[in-house]
Design a binder for this molecule. Sequence first.
Ligand code: B12
Ligand code: SF4
Length: 469
Amino acid sequence: MPHKIVLYNPKSTFYTMPLALMALGSALDRARFEVQIIDGRLEADPVAAVVAACEEALCLGVTVLSGNPIHDALAVTRAVKAAHPTLPTVWGGWHPSLFPTETLAEPSIDVTVQGQGEVTFGELADRFAAGESVQGVAGIAHRVAEGTVQEAPRPLLPMDALPAHDYSLIDVERYFELKGERQLDYISSTGCFFRCAFCADPFVFKRKWVGLSPARMGEEIELLWRRYHFTDLSFQDETFFTYPNRVAAIAEEFLRRGLRFSWTGTLRADQGHRMDDATLDLCVRAGLRRVMIGVESGSQEMMDWLQKDIKVEQVLESAERCVKHGIGAIFPFIVGFPGESDASVQASLEMVKRLRKMSPQFETPIFYFKPYPGSRITQEVVERGYQLPQTLEEWGDFDYIGSSGPWVSAGTYQRIERFKFYNRFAGGPETWLRRPLQQIARWRCQRDWYHFPIEKLVVERLKPLPSLS
Ligand code: B12
Ligand code: SF4
């Protein structure tokens, strides 16, 4: 009889497939372990579903991001511990990677896993199955009589050394339904070589990057396409275009195999600027429809402080190349960095306007900076006295969504929210009812004048627009 392992993905805002749990489940020896993935986003009562599934299970694994999903992760883990006190509970993913031992202050969590989890979790499952202690398993933190111990870190394994993700572990059709399109999520690399001062990746993966070979990707993706008939593929990599030659080889695999779907991935502006037209053209022929280019700021001074290692001109050149090749793009911005001047915020808003004028296929969401753990900026503000959340509950309240961040004045917040509304509304689809208000909105955008936002109130009262950020 195989041992049952329950893996839980907490509730969150979007319907991206739970790739982390699929990675863990796929790497376990399935002759010995039966894997059940439960996704809080798909369950009416996640707590009851997980508690019931854990009956006679070997352990519970939970994937945890910093922010709102922690509340749900906690509720589920606590209920499981209360119902099955001897069942080991393991938290992995970004938050327990950043806070290995601190997370263990919560008594319902037995083990935390840091970084890449496939081999570590396999070893944990072996230990649990044999009734042995987890002492000495690399890449974990756990409780001992004297307190907590963090074991030696586990080196990052090349992705080709790990098995393909088994999509039959989830109900793929259900995700298509919830996303409203037949879009498959896929991850082809882990980590990132860069050092942006607001990002935790350099801390978690030590500026290392590993990726799947194009040949393996071609084979896997062809199988998935024939099985699930997806029409769009979303690469969830931090920096998909890290090596242009690799991306070109992936595009060639798609074309050679006659795969027909569109796809999207992340592109740094310096990579877009360096990539030759032939490679971009090849990608478009292979289905590339949109890239995501993190701009963060329209001010070069701010970009340098953020250690983006990108020039403002490279953003504009990458945008021009997208226009030339008919590629859509999302250009996310972040405002409200500690001490950010009005001039710097204004430079970002100007850049947003410039990009939006270049193509109707360009989106420019604006987020407010929050000091997510593990980044250089967060470390600096903490040294200057900023108090990060202390408990898991407090971390659960710490989320980008619905927050203006700590360094944004009420005036700046109001200005940005109005700017976002009018720029979006002015360029949105026209109807006879909206046209007169849209004309006023365009007039406002041209003059950068957003006082007395009567149309905003009217439109929001009539029909709340979905938030772009
Ligand atoms: C898809 C994605 C999401 C999805 C789903 C996340 C999920 N539950 O898996 C959605 C859209 C919900 C999401 C939301 C957010 N995300 Co997000 N997201 C990603 C993204 C692009 C890919 C994650 C992924 O699937 N990777 C592939 C898998 C295989 O890798 P993995 O998740 O790292 O998992 C491995 C290990 O971490 C470990 N592991 C993970 N879980 C577990 C569990 C156990 C038990 C074990 C043993 C091991 C283990 O093993 C896995 C295999 O090696 C990453 C960037 C990236 N490329 O990693 C950002 C990222 C994870 N997101 C991030 C952020 C900031 C957010 C938001 C907070 C942002 C926001 N508010 O706009 C929100 C969450 C808040 C909310 N209210 O929902 C940050 C994480 C920061 C942090 N401290 O948590 C990342 C790293 C982006 C970044 N560089 O800033 N995200
Ligand atoms: S923001 Fe993107 S490019 Fe910068 S360090 Fe993070 S993952 Fe890498």
